[in-house]
Write a protein that binds this ligand. Structure first.
Ligand code: ARG
Length: 562
Protein backbone atom coordinates (compact mmCIF):
# COMPACT_ATOMS: atom_id res chain seq x y z
CA UNK A 1 0.00 0.00 0.00
CA UNK A 2 1.41 3.29 -0.99
CA UNK A 3 -0.11 6.17 0.93
CA UNK A 4 1.72 8.63 -1.34
CA UNK A 5 -0.66 7.46 -4.04
CA UNK A 6 -3.49 9.18 -2.18
CA UNK A 7 -1.62 12.45 -2.47
CA UNK A 8 -0.83 11.84 -6.10
CA UNK A 9 -4.41 11.02 -7.03
CA UNK A 10 -5.75 14.12 -5.26
CA UNK A 11 -3.23 16.27 -7.07
CA UNK A 12 -4.09 14.62 -10.37
CA UNK A 13 -7.73 15.55 -9.92
CA UNK A 14 -6.70 19.17 -9.33
CA UNK A 15 -3.85 19.48 -11.81
CA UNK A 16 -4.51 16.73 -14.32
CA UNK A 17 -4.72 19.15 -17.22
CA UNK A 18 -1.25 20.53 -16.57
CA UNK A 19 0.81 17.69 -15.14
CA UNK A 20 0.68 13.94 -15.71
CA UNK A 21 0.36 11.47 -12.88
CA UNK A 22 3.96 10.43 -13.40
CA UNK A 23 5.21 14.02 -13.29
CA UNK A 24 3.36 14.64 -10.06
CA UNK A 25 4.69 11.44 -8.55
CA UNK A 26 8.22 12.41 -9.43
CA UNK A 27 7.81 15.84 -7.87
CA UNK A 28 6.59 14.53 -4.50
CA UNK A 29 9.15 14.72 -1.71
CA UNK A 30 9.52 13.34 1.77
CA UNK A 31 10.11 16.29 4.12
CA UNK A 32 13.35 16.19 6.09
CA UNK A 33 11.57 16.82 9.37
CA UNK A 34 8.22 15.49 10.66
CA UNK A 35 7.08 19.03 11.53
CA UNK A 36 6.75 19.58 7.75
CA UNK A 37 4.35 16.70 7.39
CA UNK A 38 4.71 13.37 5.60
CA UNK A 39 4.57 14.28 1.94
CA UNK A 40 5.53 17.57 0.30
CA UNK A 41 4.70 18.92 -3.13
CA UNK A 42 6.97 21.70 -4.46
CA UNK A 43 5.26 24.29 -6.67
CA UNK A 44 8.19 25.65 -8.71
CA UNK A 45 7.23 23.76 -11.87
CA UNK A 46 3.66 25.07 -11.70
CA UNK A 47 4.95 28.60 -11.00
CA UNK A 48 6.72 28.59 -14.35
CA UNK A 49 3.67 27.15 -16.05
CA UNK A 50 1.19 29.61 -14.52
CA UNK A 51 3.59 32.59 -14.29
CA UNK A 52 2.63 33.07 -10.67
CA UNK A 53 4.76 33.06 -7.50
CA UNK A 54 5.14 29.48 -6.19
CA UNK A 55 3.96 30.46 -2.70
CA UNK A 56 0.66 31.73 -4.08
CA UNK A 57 0.10 28.46 -5.91
CA UNK A 58 0.96 26.48 -2.78
CA UNK A 59 -1.61 28.43 -0.75
CA UNK A 60 -4.28 27.84 -3.34
CA UNK A 61 -3.54 24.13 -3.67
CA UNK A 62 -3.42 23.62 0.09
CA UNK A 63 -6.96 24.95 0.38
CA UNK A 64 -8.31 22.51 -2.16
CA UNK A 65 -6.48 19.33 -1.29
CA UNK A 66 -8.85 17.11 0.70
CA UNK A 67 -8.88 13.41 1.48
CA UNK A 68 -10.17 11.32 4.40
CA UNK A 69 -6.63 10.04 5.01
CA UNK A 70 -5.18 13.57 5.32
CA UNK A 71 -5.13 15.19 8.74
CA UNK A 72 -3.98 18.59 7.65
CA UNK A 73 -2.68 20.27 4.50
CA UNK A 74 -0.47 23.32 4.89
CA UNK A 75 1.26 25.74 2.56
CA UNK A 76 4.79 26.51 3.67
CA UNK A 77 6.69 28.77 1.27
CA UNK A 78 6.71 27.12 -2.13
CA UNK A 79 5.61 23.77 -0.71
CA UNK A 80 2.32 22.10 0.02
CA UNK A 81 2.84 19.90 3.09
CA UNK A 82 0.48 17.02 3.65
CA UNK A 83 0.07 15.56 7.14
CA UNK A 84 -1.37 12.08 6.88
CA UNK A 85 -3.92 10.65 9.25
CA UNK A 86 -1.52 8.40 11.11
CA UNK A 87 -4.20 6.62 13.02
CA UNK A 88 -6.23 5.57 9.98
CA UNK A 89 -3.21 4.67 7.88
CA UNK A 90 -1.36 2.72 10.55
CA UNK A 91 -4.51 0.75 11.29
CA UNK A 92 -4.98 -0.03 7.64
CA UNK A 93 -1.41 -1.12 7.05
CA UNK A 94 -0.96 -3.18 10.18
CA UNK A 95 -4.29 -4.94 9.58
CA UNK A 96 -3.34 -5.72 6.01
CA UNK A 97 -0.04 -7.29 7.04
CA UNK A 98 -1.57 -9.27 9.90
CA UNK A 99 -4.14 -10.62 7.47
CA UNK A 100 -1.93 -11.29 4.45
CA UNK A 101 1.12 -12.47 6.39
CA UNK A 102 3.86 -13.69 4.08
CA UNK A 103 1.74 -12.78 1.06
CA UNK A 104 1.99 -9.12 1.97
CA UNK A 105 3.79 -7.48 -0.92
CA UNK A 106 2.86 -10.13 -3.51
CA UNK A 107 2.54 -8.37 -6.85
CA UNK A 108 0.88 -9.41 -10.07
CA UNK A 109 3.31 -7.77 -12.50
CA UNK A 110 4.33 -11.11 -13.97
CA UNK A 111 0.84 -12.49 -14.61
CA UNK A 112 2.34 -15.96 -14.68
CA UNK A 113 4.82 -15.15 -17.47
CA UNK A 114 8.09 -17.06 -17.37
CA UNK A 115 11.55 -15.74 -16.62
CA UNK A 116 14.55 -17.93 -17.22
CA UNK A 117 17.54 -17.18 -15.01
CA UNK A 118 21.01 -18.48 -15.83
CA UNK A 119 23.14 -18.16 -12.73
CA UNK A 120 25.89 -19.72 -10.63
CA UNK A 121 27.16 -21.85 -13.56
CA UNK A 122 30.57 -22.84 -12.17
CA UNK A 123 33.17 -24.68 -14.19
CA UNK A 124 33.61 -28.38 -13.58
CA UNK A 125 36.92 -29.45 -12.04
CA UNK A 126 37.69 -25.97 -10.80
CA UNK A 127 37.12 -24.42 -7.40
CA UNK A 128 33.88 -22.57 -6.88
CA UNK A 129 35.05 -18.98 -6.97
CA UNK A 130 33.84 -15.83 -5.23
CA UNK A 131 32.51 -14.70 -8.59
CA UNK A 132 30.37 -17.81 -8.70
CA UNK A 133 29.20 -17.14 -5.16
CA UNK A 134 28.10 -13.67 -6.21
CA UNK A 135 26.30 -15.02 -9.25
CA UNK A 136 24.64 -17.73 -7.12
CA UNK A 137 23.24 -15.50 -4.40
CA UNK A 138 22.32 -12.60 -6.69
CA UNK A 139 20.65 -14.92 -9.20
CA UNK A 140 18.73 -16.74 -6.49
CA UNK A 141 17.53 -13.50 -4.90
CA UNK A 142 16.43 -12.06 -8.25
CA UNK A 143 14.53 -15.27 -8.93
CA UNK A 144 12.78 -15.01 -5.53
CA UNK A 145 11.95 -11.36 -6.18
CA UNK A 146 10.60 -12.17 -9.65
CA UNK A 147 8.37 -14.87 -8.15
CA UNK A 148 7.12 -12.40 -5.57
CA UNK A 149 6.21 -10.17 -8.52
CA UNK A 150 4.09 -12.93 -10.01
CA UNK A 151 6.51 -14.45 -12.53
CA UNK A 152 7.15 -18.13 -12.97
CA UNK A 153 10.88 -18.77 -12.88
CA UNK A 154 13.23 -21.38 -14.27
CA UNK A 155 16.60 -21.51 -12.49
CA UNK A 156 19.31 -22.84 -14.73
CA UNK A 157 22.81 -23.82 -13.74
CA UNK A 158 24.67 -23.62 -17.07
CA UNK A 159 27.61 -25.71 -15.89
CA UNK A 160 30.94 -25.12 -17.61
CA UNK A 161 31.37 -28.79 -18.42
CA UNK A 162 32.69 -28.76 -21.98
CA UNK A 163 35.64 -27.31 -23.85
CA UNK A 164 39.29 -27.91 -24.69
CA UNK A 165 40.30 -27.78 -21.02
CA UNK A 166 38.75 -31.21 -20.52
CA UNK A 167 41.14 -32.67 -23.08
CA UNK A 168 43.98 -31.23 -21.06
CA UNK A 169 42.55 -32.58 -17.85
CA UNK A 170 42.27 -36.08 -19.28
CA UNK A 171 45.86 -35.86 -20.53
CA UNK A 172 47.00 -34.68 -17.10
CA UNK A 173 45.10 -37.49 -15.41
CA UNK A 174 46.70 -40.06 -17.68
CA UNK A 175 50.15 -38.75 -16.70
CA UNK A 176 49.86 -37.95 -13.02
CA UNK A 177 46.37 -38.85 -11.84
CA UNK A 178 45.37 -40.96 -8.86
CA UNK A 179 41.85 -42.32 -8.72
CA UNK A 180 41.68 -42.48 -4.91
CA UNK A 181 42.78 -38.93 -4.45
CA UNK A 182 40.08 -37.74 -6.83
CA UNK A 183 37.44 -39.71 -4.99
CA UNK A 184 38.56 -38.21 -1.71
CA UNK A 185 38.76 -34.62 -2.75
CA UNK A 186 37.59 -34.23 -6.33
CA UNK A 187 37.83 -30.52 -7.08
CA UNK A 188 41.07 -29.96 -5.24
CA UNK A 189 42.75 -32.90 -6.94
CA UNK A 190 41.40 -32.14 -10.42
CA UNK A 191 42.45 -28.53 -10.06
CA UNK A 192 45.93 -29.64 -8.98
CA UNK A 193 46.17 -31.72 -12.18
CA UNK A 194 44.98 -28.79 -14.25
CA UNK A 195 47.58 -26.44 -12.76
CA UNK A 196 50.32 -29.06 -13.16
CA UNK A 197 49.40 -29.50 -16.79
CA UNK A 198 49.94 -25.81 -17.44
CA UNK A 199 53.24 -25.76 -15.57
CA UNK A 200 54.58 -28.77 -17.43
CA UNK A 201 53.27 -27.52 -20.75
CA UNK A 202 55.57 -24.52 -20.53
CA UNK A 203 58.58 -26.77 -21.12
CA UNK A 204 56.89 -29.71 -22.85
CA UNK A 205 55.21 -28.74 -26.12
CA UNK A 206 53.98 -32.27 -26.63
CA UNK A 207 51.42 -31.83 -23.86
CA UNK A 208 49.23 -29.22 -25.55
CA UNK A 209 49.00 -31.55 -28.50
CA UNK A 210 47.98 -34.44 -26.29
CA UNK A 211 45.33 -32.27 -24.67
CA UNK A 212 43.90 -31.33 -28.06
CA UNK A 213 43.92 -34.96 -29.16
CA UNK A 214 42.01 -36.03 -26.06
CA UNK A 215 39.44 -33.32 -26.58
CA UNK A 216 39.00 -34.44 -30.15
CA UNK A 217 38.43 -37.99 -28.89
CA UNK A 218 35.95 -36.67 -26.38
CA UNK A 219 34.03 -34.80 -29.05
CA UNK A 220 34.06 -37.89 -31.25
CA UNK A 221 32.51 -39.95 -28.45
CA UNK A 222 35.57 -42.06 -27.54
CA UNK A 223 34.56 -44.38 -24.74
CA UNK A 224 37.49 -43.86 -22.37
CA UNK A 225 37.50 -40.09 -22.82
CA UNK A 226 33.77 -39.94 -22.20
CA UNK A 227 33.98 -42.14 -19.11
CA UNK A 228 36.69 -39.96 -17.56
CA UNK A 229 34.86 -36.74 -18.41
CA UNK A 230 31.64 -38.08 -16.91
CA UNK A 231 33.46 -39.13 -13.78
CA UNK A 232 35.10 -35.69 -13.38
CA UNK A 233 31.72 -34.07 -13.89
CA UNK A 234 29.86 -36.25 -11.38
CA UNK A 235 32.53 -35.83 -8.73
CA UNK A 236 32.67 -32.06 -9.20
CA UNK A 237 28.93 -31.77 -9.03
CA UNK A 238 28.97 -33.66 -5.76
CA UNK A 239 31.35 -31.04 -4.38
CA UNK A 240 29.27 -28.15 -5.71
CA UNK A 241 26.09 -29.65 -4.30
CA UNK A 242 27.55 -29.48 -0.80
CA UNK A 243 27.90 -25.73 -1.28
CA UNK A 244 24.40 -25.35 -2.72
CA UNK A 245 23.03 -27.31 0.19
CA UNK A 246 24.78 -25.06 2.69
CA UNK A 247 23.42 -22.03 0.88
CA UNK A 248 19.97 -23.59 0.61
CA UNK A 249 19.82 -22.99 -3.13
CA UNK A 250 18.57 -25.35 -5.81
CA UNK A 251 18.07 -25.31 -9.56
CA UNK A 252 15.45 -26.49 -12.01
CA UNK A 253 18.07 -27.53 -14.52
CA UNK A 254 21.75 -28.44 -14.51
CA UNK A 255 21.97 -28.59 -18.28
CA UNK A 256 25.45 -27.28 -18.85
CA UNK A 257 27.46 -26.62 -21.97
CA UNK A 258 27.82 -30.33 -22.80
CA UNK A 259 24.06 -30.65 -23.07
CA UNK A 260 24.19 -28.55 -26.23
CA UNK A 261 26.71 -30.71 -28.08
CA UNK A 262 24.06 -32.19 -30.34
CA UNK A 263 22.14 -28.93 -30.63
CA UNK A 264 24.75 -26.74 -32.26
CA UNK A 265 24.52 -28.09 -35.79
CA UNK A 266 21.06 -26.63 -36.03
CA UNK A 267 22.29 -23.18 -35.05
CA UNK A 268 25.09 -23.38 -37.56
CA UNK A 269 22.62 -24.51 -40.23
CA UNK A 270 20.27 -21.60 -39.45
CA UNK A 271 23.15 -19.16 -39.69
CA UNK A 272 24.20 -20.69 -42.96
CA UNK A 273 20.69 -20.61 -44.47
CA UNK A 274 20.43 -16.94 -43.71
CA UNK A 275 23.87 -16.28 -45.16
CA UNK A 276 25.22 -14.93 -41.90
CA UNK A 277 28.41 -17.00 -41.73
CA UNK A 278 31.66 -15.72 -43.13
CA UNK A 279 35.10 -17.29 -43.20
CA UNK A 280 38.02 -15.82 -41.42
CA UNK A 281 41.37 -17.65 -41.43
CA UNK A 282 39.58 -20.95 -41.87
CA UNK A 283 37.22 -20.26 -38.98
CA UNK A 284 33.50 -19.49 -39.27
CA UNK A 285 32.31 -16.18 -37.81
CA UNK A 286 29.24 -13.96 -37.79
CA UNK A 287 30.22 -10.39 -38.56
CA UNK A 288 28.64 -7.82 -36.27
CA UNK A 289 29.87 -4.57 -37.84
CA UNK A 290 26.43 -2.96 -37.65
CA UNK A 291 26.50 -3.40 -33.87
CA UNK A 292 30.07 -2.10 -33.73
CA UNK A 293 31.16 -5.37 -32.22
CA UNK A 294 33.96 -7.74 -33.20
CA UNK A 295 32.81 -10.84 -35.09
CA UNK A 296 31.37 -13.70 -33.08
CA UNK A 297 33.45 -16.87 -33.52
CA UNK A 298 31.21 -19.87 -34.22
CA UNK A 299 33.56 -22.64 -35.30
CA UNK A 300 37.34 -22.82 -35.12
CA UNK A 301 39.43 -23.84 -38.10
CA UNK A 302 39.86 -27.34 -36.60
CA UNK A 303 36.06 -27.71 -36.47
CA UNK A 304 35.76 -27.17 -32.70
CA UNK A 305 32.77 -25.21 -31.46
CA UNK A 306 32.98 -22.51 -28.83
CA UNK A 307 31.45 -21.13 -25.66
CA UNK A 308 29.40 -18.71 -27.78
CA UNK A 309 28.15 -21.47 -30.08
CA UNK A 310 26.86 -23.35 -27.06
CA UNK A 311 25.21 -20.23 -25.68
CA UNK A 312 23.41 -19.69 -29.00
CA UNK A 313 22.11 -23.26 -28.96
CA UNK A 314 21.14 -22.87 -25.28
CA UNK A 315 19.16 -19.69 -25.97
CA UNK A 316 17.21 -21.38 -28.75
CA UNK A 317 16.57 -24.46 -26.65
CA UNK A 318 15.38 -22.38 -23.70
CA UNK A 319 13.03 -20.32 -25.80
CA UNK A 320 11.51 -23.43 -27.35
CA UNK A 321 11.30 -25.28 -24.03
CA UNK A 322 10.14 -22.55 -21.66
CA UNK A 323 8.63 -19.87 -23.94
CA UNK A 324 10.22 -17.27 -21.70
CA UNK A 325 9.12 -13.66 -21.67
CA UNK A 326 12.53 -12.73 -20.36
CA UNK A 327 15.93 -14.39 -20.01
CA UNK A 328 18.51 -13.16 -17.51
CA UNK A 329 22.20 -14.08 -17.37
CA UNK A 330 23.73 -13.32 -14.00
CA UNK A 331 27.39 -13.36 -14.98
CA UNK A 332 30.40 -11.14 -14.15
CA UNK A 333 31.24 -7.91 -15.99
CA UNK A 334 34.12 -9.51 -17.85
CA UNK A 335 31.68 -11.42 -20.08
CA UNK A 336 29.91 -8.30 -21.27
CA UNK A 337 31.24 -8.54 -24.80
CA UNK A 338 30.38 -12.24 -25.02
CA UNK A 339 26.73 -11.60 -24.22
CA UNK A 340 26.52 -8.58 -26.51
CA UNK A 341 27.76 -10.79 -29.30
CA UNK A 342 25.43 -13.70 -28.52
CA UNK A 343 22.37 -11.45 -28.28
CA UNK A 344 23.32 -9.65 -31.50
CA UNK A 345 23.72 -12.88 -33.44
CA UNK A 346 20.25 -13.97 -32.27
CA UNK A 347 18.84 -10.63 -33.40
CA UNK A 348 20.46 -11.09 -36.81
CA UNK A 349 18.76 -14.47 -37.00
CA UNK A 350 15.50 -12.55 -36.71
CA UNK A 351 14.41 -13.78 -33.28
CA UNK A 352 12.31 -11.05 -31.69
CA UNK A 353 12.79 -12.67 -28.29
CA UNK A 354 16.48 -11.80 -28.43
CA UNK A 355 15.38 -8.36 -27.22
CA UNK A 356 14.12 -9.97 -24.02
CA UNK A 357 17.58 -11.20 -23.03
CA UNK A 358 19.60 -9.31 -20.47
CA UNK A 359 23.08 -9.74 -19.12
CA UNK A 360 22.98 -8.92 -15.40
CA UNK A 361 26.59 -8.17 -14.43
CA UNK A 362 28.00 -7.62 -10.95
CA UNK A 363 31.13 -6.23 -9.32
CA UNK A 364 34.20 -8.14 -8.16
CA UNK A 365 34.91 -9.54 -4.73
CA UNK A 366 38.23 -8.01 -3.68
CA UNK A 367 40.75 -9.06 -1.08
CA UNK A 368 42.98 -6.21 0.10
CA UNK A 369 41.79 -4.18 -2.84
CA UNK A 370 42.72 -6.78 -5.44
CA UNK A 371 40.72 -9.33 -7.36
CA UNK A 372 40.45 -12.69 -5.62
CA UNK A 373 41.78 -15.25 -8.00
CA UNK A 374 42.06 -19.00 -7.94
CA UNK A 375 45.43 -18.90 -9.66
CA UNK A 376 47.51 -16.50 -7.67
CA UNK A 377 47.40 -17.71 -4.10
CA UNK A 378 44.83 -15.13 -2.97
CA UNK A 379 42.42 -18.00 -3.04
CA UNK A 380 39.70 -18.18 -0.51
CA UNK A 381 37.68 -21.31 -0.91
CA UNK A 382 34.02 -20.68 -0.60
CA UNK A 383 33.36 -23.73 1.48
CA UNK A 384 35.98 -22.57 4.00
CA UNK A 385 34.38 -19.14 4.11
CA UNK A 386 30.98 -20.62 4.87
CA UNK A 387 32.40 -22.95 7.51
CA UNK A 388 34.35 -20.12 9.17
CA UNK A 389 31.25 -17.96 9.11
CA UNK A 390 29.21 -20.69 10.79
CA UNK A 391 31.87 -21.21 13.47
CA UNK A 392 32.12 -17.49 14.18
CA UNK A 393 28.33 -17.19 14.29
CA UNK A 394 28.23 -20.02 16.79
CA UNK A 395 30.73 -18.24 19.02
CA UNK A 396 28.85 -14.92 18.82
CA UNK A 397 25.52 -16.54 19.59
CA UNK A 398 26.94 -18.46 22.57
CA UNK A 399 28.13 -15.15 24.02
CA UNK A 400 24.83 -13.38 23.49
CA UNK A 401 22.34 -16.10 24.21
CA UNK A 402 23.85 -19.26 25.74
CA UNK A 403 20.43 -20.93 26.08
CA UNK A 404 19.43 -20.83 22.44
CA UNK A 405 17.73 -23.98 21.15
CA UNK A 406 19.01 -25.82 18.06
CA UNK A 407 22.25 -23.90 18.29
CA UNK A 408 23.88 -25.67 15.34
CA UNK A 409 20.97 -25.01 13.03
CA UNK A 410 20.78 -21.38 14.15
CA UNK A 411 24.55 -20.92 13.76
CA UNK A 412 24.27 -22.26 10.24
CA UNK A 413 21.42 -19.89 9.38
CA UNK A 414 23.25 -16.92 10.85
CA UNK A 415 26.68 -17.74 9.43
CA UNK A 416 25.43 -18.45 5.92
CA UNK A 417 22.95 -15.58 6.13
CA UNK A 418 25.78 -13.24 7.03
CA UNK A 419 27.76 -14.16 3.92
CA UNK A 420 24.71 -13.82 1.66
CA UNK A 421 23.56 -10.53 3.18
CA UNK A 422 27.03 -8.99 2.95
CA UNK A 423 27.12 -9.83 -0.72
CA UNK A 424 23.62 -8.59 -1.46
CA UNK A 425 23.67 -5.35 0.51
CA UNK A 426 26.21 -3.89 -1.91
CA UNK A 427 24.76 -2.31 -5.00
CA UNK A 428 24.96 -5.10 -7.55
CA UNK A 429 27.51 -3.52 -9.87
CA UNK A 430 29.89 -2.31 -7.14
CA UNK A 431 33.04 -4.13 -6.08
CA UNK A 432 33.08 -5.62 -2.60
CA UNK A 433 35.97 -5.88 -0.16
CA UNK A 434 35.89 -9.30 1.46
CA UNK A 435 35.82 -9.28 5.26
CA UNK A 436 34.51 -12.14 7.34
CA UNK A 437 34.53 -10.06 10.53
CA UNK A 438 32.43 -7.31 9.00
CA UNK A 439 29.94 -9.84 7.68
CA UNK A 440 29.31 -11.34 11.09
CA UNK A 441 28.96 -8.26 13.26
CA UNK A 442 25.71 -8.18 15.18
CA UNK A 443 25.60 -4.41 14.89
CA UNK A 444 25.73 -2.23 11.83
CA UNK A 445 24.46 -3.11 8.40
CA UNK A 446 24.71 -6.88 8.56
CA UNK A 447 22.57 -9.97 8.11
CA UNK A 448 22.94 -10.98 11.78
CA UNK A 449 21.70 -7.52 12.79
CA UNK A 450 18.49 -7.96 10.80
CA UNK A 451 18.07 -11.55 11.97
CA UNK A 452 18.69 -10.47 15.55
CA UNK A 453 16.07 -7.73 15.28
CA UNK A 454 13.60 -10.28 13.98
CA UNK A 455 14.40 -12.71 16.81
CA UNK A 456 14.06 -9.94 19.36
CA UNK A 457 10.61 -9.02 18.02
CA UNK A 458 9.64 -12.71 18.11
CA UNK A 459 10.66 -12.90 21.75
CA UNK A 460 8.44 -9.91 22.60
CA UNK A 461 5.54 -11.78 21.03
CA UNK A 462 6.38 -14.92 22.99
CA UNK A 463 6.20 -12.91 26.20
CA UNK A 464 2.96 -11.18 25.30
CA UNK A 465 -0.01 -11.68 27.64
CA UNK A 466 -2.43 -12.12 24.72
CA UNK A 467 -2.12 -13.24 21.11
CA UNK A 468 -2.03 -10.90 18.13
CA UNK A 469 -5.45 -10.18 16.66
CA UNK A 470 -6.48 -7.93 13.83
CA UNK A 471 -8.79 -5.83 16.00
CA UNK A 472 -6.40 -3.00 16.30
CA UNK A 473 -6.54 0.74 16.71
CA UNK A 474 -4.33 3.11 14.86
CA UNK A 475 -1.01 4.17 16.37
CA UNK A 476 0.01 7.80 16.21
CA UNK A 477 3.31 8.14 18.09
CA UNK A 478 6.40 9.06 16.07
CA UNK A 479 8.16 5.75 16.77
CA UNK A 480 5.38 3.56 15.40
CA UNK A 481 4.75 5.94 12.54
CA UNK A 482 8.37 5.56 11.35
CA UNK A 483 7.90 1.79 11.28
CA UNK A 484 4.46 1.97 9.64
CA UNK A 485 5.75 4.18 6.83
CA UNK A 486 8.53 1.70 6.14
CA UNK A 487 6.24 -1.32 6.28
CA UNK A 488 3.89 0.42 3.87
CA UNK A 489 6.75 0.87 1.40
CA UNK A 490 7.58 -2.86 1.17
CA UNK A 491 5.61 -3.60 -2.03
CA UNK A 492 7.23 -0.61 -3.73
CA UNK A 493 10.69 -1.72 -2.66
CA UNK A 494 10.04 -5.16 -4.13
CA UNK A 495 8.90 -3.66 -7.38
CA UNK A 496 11.97 -1.42 -7.59
CA UNK A 497 14.28 -4.30 -6.74
CA UNK A 498 12.75 -6.20 -9.64
CA UNK A 499 12.93 -3.27 -12.04
CA UNK A 500 16.60 -2.64 -11.26
CA UNK A 501 17.31 -6.36 -10.82
CA UNK A 502 19.08 -5.35 -7.65
CA UNK A 503 18.51 -7.18 -4.35
CA UNK A 504 20.53 -4.51 -2.49
CA UNK A 505 17.39 -2.36 -2.42
CA UNK A 506 15.76 -5.00 -0.25
CA UNK A 507 18.84 -5.50 1.94
CA UNK A 508 19.07 -1.76 2.60
CA UNK A 509 15.37 -1.58 3.29
CA UNK A 510 15.63 -4.37 5.89
CA UNK A 511 18.37 -2.41 7.64
CA UNK A 512 16.07 0.64 7.73
CA UNK A 513 13.20 -1.38 9.16
CA UNK A 514 15.51 -2.93 11.76
CA UNK A 515 16.85 0.44 12.82
CA UNK A 516 13.38 1.94 13.09
CA UNK A 517 12.21 -1.05 15.09
CA UNK A 518 15.18 -1.02 17.48
CA UNK A 519 14.81 2.65 18.17
CA UNK A 520 11.07 2.17 18.75
CA UNK A 521 11.78 -0.68 21.12
CA UNK A 522 14.34 1.37 23.03
CA UNK A 523 11.73 4.08 23.70
CA UNK A 524 8.50 2.13 24.09
CA UNK A 525 7.29 -0.30 26.70
CA UNK A 526 5.52 -2.60 24.28
CA UNK A 527 4.11 -5.02 26.85
CA UNK A 528 2.47 -2.46 29.17
CA UNK A 529 -1.16 -3.50 29.64
CA UNK A 530 -3.10 -0.52 28.37
CA UNK A 531 -5.67 -0.05 25.63
CA UNK A 532 -2.93 0.18 22.94
CA UNK A 533 -1.31 -3.14 23.84
CA UNK A 534 -3.06 -5.05 21.05
CA UNK A 535 -2.08 -2.50 18.50
CA UNK A 536 1.56 -2.43 19.60
CA UNK A 537 1.71 -6.23 19.50
CA UNK A 538 0.22 -6.20 16.04
CA UNK A 539 2.85 -3.68 14.95
CA UNK A 540 5.61 -5.89 16.34
CA UNK A 541 4.09 -8.87 14.59
CA UNK A 542 3.78 -6.98 11.29
CA UNK A 543 7.46 -6.09 11.61
CA UNK A 544 8.44 -9.76 12.02
CA UNK A 545 6.38 -10.65 8.94
CA UNK A 546 8.14 -8.09 6.76
CA UNK A 547 11.63 -8.83 8.09
CA UNK A 548 11.16 -12.54 7.60
CA UNK A 549 9.71 -12.21 4.11
CA UNK A 550 12.40 -9.70 3.10
CA UNK A 551 15.13 -12.05 4.31
CA UNK A 552 13.46 -14.93 2.50
CA UNK A 553 13.60 -12.97 -0.75
CA UNK A 554 17.34 -12.62 -0.23
CA UNK A 555 17.64 -16.35 0.43
CA UNK A 556 18.22 -16.00 4.18
CA UNK A 557 16.50 -17.73 7.11
CA UNK A 558 15.01 -15.81 10.01
CA UNK A 559 15.46 -17.85 13.20
CA UNK A 560 13.01 -17.01 15.97
CA UNK A 561 15.68 -17.17 18.62
CA UNK A 562 19.37 -16.43 18.45
N1 ARG B 1 30.82 -21.11 -16.70
C1 ARG B 1 30.97 -19.71 -16.96
C2 ARG B 1 32.07 -19.12 -16.10
O1 ARG B 1 32.32 -19.60 -15.02
C3 ARG B 1 29.71 -18.93 -16.72
C4 ARG B 1 28.55 -19.32 -17.58
C5 ARG B 1 27.49 -18.29 -17.64
N2 ARG B 1 26.34 -18.64 -18.42
C6 ARG B 1 26.29 -18.71 -19.72
N3 ARG B 1 25.16 -19.08 -20.30
N4 ARG B 1 27.31 -18.38 -20.48
O2 ARG B 1 32.69 -18.16 -16.49
Amino acid sequence: MDYKKNVTSCLVSLLGEHLSEQQINELLETPKHPSYGDVAFPCFTLAKLFRKPPAAIATELAENLRHPLFDKVEAKGAYVNVFLNKSAISKQIIETIVKQQRHYGDLSLGQGKTIVLDFSSPNIAKPFSMGHLRSTVIGNAIANIAEKCGYRTVRINHLGDWGTQFGKLIAAYKHWGDENKINENPIQELFRLYVKFHEEAETNEQLEQEGRAWFKKLEDGDEEAYRLWKWFRDESLRDFNRIYELLGISFDSYNGEAFYNDKMDRVIQLLEEQGLLSESDGALVVRLDEYELPPCLIKKSDGATLYATRDLAAALYRYETYAFSRALYVVGHEQRLHFQQVFSVLKKLGFAWANAMTHVPFGLMLKDGRKMSTRKGRVILLEDVLKDAIALAKKNIAEKNPNVKNEDEVARQVGVGAVIFYDLKHERTNNIEFSLEDMLKFEGETGPYVQYTHARACSILRNAPSPVTDHIQGLTDEGSWEIVKLLAAFPNIIQNAYEYLDPSLIAKYLIDVSQAFNSYYAHTKVLTEDEQLHSRLALVYATTVVLKEGLRLLGIHAPEEM
